[in-house]
Design a protein around this ligand. Structure first.
Ligand code: SAH
Ligand code: SF4
Ligand code: F3S
Length: 575
């Protein structure tokens, strides 16, 4: 039987991107192939987001397209994974019978099994009852019984025992397939996400995440450090730690770890043994500051360590000090304020005042903002406009905050009422759409000026740049506009279609063009500073293989809107 081709599309946040990578790795190990064309796929999977209505609408329209296609191809398997599956539950299937597989974000370890069942059931039904496959795939069709569902239901999730180590889902992160960088291909994954916390306990009144991702669970630090080490050994140099409120990370030691049914002391901890001794005496708690310091010290291969998203409350000086004292931790924090009005913040249940938020920003800058040594602190944020009852005065307070906070960038969202949340149930969505739109556009314009001026402040400075490769403009100049560029023995090979997330070539396509770099001409490279500013600089065309994935020093010559342009500083030394 030929390998089944999977098309996997991801919506939403970095957490979903990581989930998709893990799912793809698990499916690749089971022999599934990947394609970047839904039309060529036997299995179409959407890893979905529910945070705003707009995110869900995109998936509804994709599902509509699949419903049309399935009429012609009833053997097609369609799966909805992620937050929308969890939030909408079986209502989603009622509205879109095209869906065969549903899997919430807390059940993704079961996805390979569900998919396998769905595919096999379809095949056997199609074989047993050939005319059936031509039936409308709706009620009454034998193909309907292929449907597979795994959802947690937030109620059961919240009452469950919440030790991450006892969570089967932990196995999915632990089983991450980490493939070493293939030197013949040069370009491989240099950046990776590593989860430290699942779920969220905050219950901001507008937000679906605590319902879709369940209660906050912290992963054991040994698992996290080990995952970072394996990634670094495979060539990853930039790691971003993920959690909804990363700075609340806290792992209480003292319980044995149960993974895959095996109970064992936590590896690497101070296990003393003996009957009369506490086997886990010594380190009882790993805080977020401890975790950052451990990764920094124990995994020297990671050149850049970042984390998102931070919660403005309880961000202690201990974390800021660890950031200051460990040079490979990036001077970058993403700390959403959501609003500049205390009244609105209280209605959002954010648990801080704007005074407290700004006190945090001042403290962070006092510890970490050192432009004089080329290490300014960059802060990014999120704002929601048009939260129910938001007045002009509240909005003006947000304008004031935005101007004072001086974010490097800020995501600005119009409030989207989400069924099931407290705000949806208790406060009417009373800010007219036109007002939301105007506030949104005004804030975007203000932020754009601030981002510009922050970029201009970098001119004349030397910054460290993590090189991501030749720039998009350069690729375009070379006629390489689609697919990824891979270095193969001095020749640049263009691949239309790319590879699957496990690193395998897409079997449906292949290398279609090869171009030799011409002598030692100049090429434009792009990369990012530790504060996440985009930087363009020129370098020798022949160095694209050796520069990509490295950190270089660049002198900033000019700022052009949101990006910096500069030149390589010689000789290169790294921090
Ligand atoms: N845990 C993070 C945010 C996760 S959701 C934090 O607390 O900061 C990402 C962003 O989506 C939020 O910061 C918020 O700005 C936005 N968001 C969440 N729910 C929303 C809603 N119902 N309408 C509009 N924006 C929303
Ligand atoms: Fe949502 Fe608030 Fe949790 Fe962030 S902290 S995920 S906004 S509930
Ligand atoms: Fe969306 Fe779920 Fe992330 S709702 S923002 S995909 S946690």
């Amino acid at each position: 039987m030929s390998r089944r081709a999977v098309y996997l599309e991801t919506f939403g946040c970095q957490m979903n991107e990581l989930d998709s990578e893990l799912v793809a790795g698990a499916l690749a190990r089971l022999g599934y192939a990947f394609t970047d064309s839904p039309d060529a796929a036997d299995v179409v999977l959407y890893n979905t987001c529910s945070v705003r209505e707009h995110a869900e609408q995109k998936v509804w329209s994709r599902l509509g397209e699949m419903a049309v296609r399935k009429k012609l191809d009833p053997a097609l398997v369609v799966g909805v994974l992620g937050c929308m599956a969890e939030r909408d539950g079986v209502d989603l299937i009622r509205r879109m019978p095209v869906v065969d597989v549903m899997c919430g974000p807390g059940e993704l370890d079961k996805l390979p099994g569900l998919l396998d069942n769905a595919v096999r059931t379809k095949e056997s039904l199609a074989g047993d009852d050939a005319p059936g496959v031509h039936d409308e795939p709706g009620a009454g069709s034998p193909l309907r019984s292929a449907r597979q569902v795994a959802l947690q239901g937030s109620a059961s999730r919240r009452s469950a025992t919440l030790a991450a180590a006892e969570d089967n889902l932990e196995l999915l992160d632990l089983s991450r397939s980490i493939s070493p960088i293939d030197s013949s291909e040069g370009v491989s994954k240099r950046s990776a996400y590593v989860r430290i916390t699942r779920g969220c306990n905050k219950f901001c009144t507008y937000c679906v995440v605590p319902f879709t991702r369940g209660a906050e669970v912290h992963r054991p630090p040994d698992h996290i450090v080990e995952e970072c080490r394996r990634l670094a050994d495979s060539g990853v140099v930039e790691v971003t730690l993920l959690g909804q409120t990363v700075n609340h990370y806290r792992f209480e030691h003292g319980a044995a770890v149960t993974v895959g049914g095996l109970t064992q002391p936590q590896k690497g901890r101070s296990y003393k043994g003996g009957h009369d001794r506490d086997p886990f005496a010594g380190e009882r708690v790993t805080t977020f500051a401890d975790l950052l310091a451990r990764i920094h010290e124990e995994v020297p291969g990671i050149q850049r360590l970042r984390f998102v998203t931070s919660y403005p409350r309880d961000f202690g000086d201990d974390v800021l000090e660890v950031m200051r004292d460990h040079p490979r931790i990036c001077r970058y924090v993403h700390v959403p304020a959501q609003s500049g009005s205390d009244r609105v913040l209280a209605k959002m249940n954010r648990g801080y005042t704007i005074g407290e938020y700004e006190e945090f920003l001042a403290r962070a800058r006092a510890h970490l903002d050192q432009p004089e040594i080329g290490r300014p602190l960059m802060v990014s944020g999120d704002i929601i406009v048009g939260f129910p009852t938001e007045t002009d005065e509240d909005y003006e307070a947000t304008v004031g905050l935005l101007r004072r906070a001086r974010y490097k960038n800020c995501f600005i969202f119009k409030y989207s009422p989400r069924p099931g949340t407290v705000a949806f149930d208790r406060i009417a969505d009373d800010v007219p759409e036109a007002v939301k739109r105007r506030r949104n556009n005004e804030l975007l314009a203000i932020q754009s000026e601030i981002s510009d001026s922050i970029a201009r402040e970098q001119v004349g400075r030397e910054v460290e740049v993590f090189v991501e490769g030749v720039s998009k403009a350069q690729q375009k100049r070379e006629g390489l506009t689609h697919g990824d560029i891979r270095k193969a023995g001095g020749a640049i090979t263009l691949t239309i279609g790319g590879r699957d997330p496990a690193g395998n070539m897409d079997p449906g396509h292949g290398a279609v063009a090869a171009a030799e770099p011409e002598g030692d001409t100049t090429a434009q490279f792009s990369g990012r500073t530790e504060g996440d500013l985009i930087v363009f600089f020129d370098g020798p065309s022949s160095a694209r293989g050796s520069l990509t994935g490295k950190t270089v020093r660049v002198r900033v010559d000019r700022a052009d809107r949101l990006s910096l342009h500069g030149s390589l500083v010689e000789p290169q030394g790294s921090r």
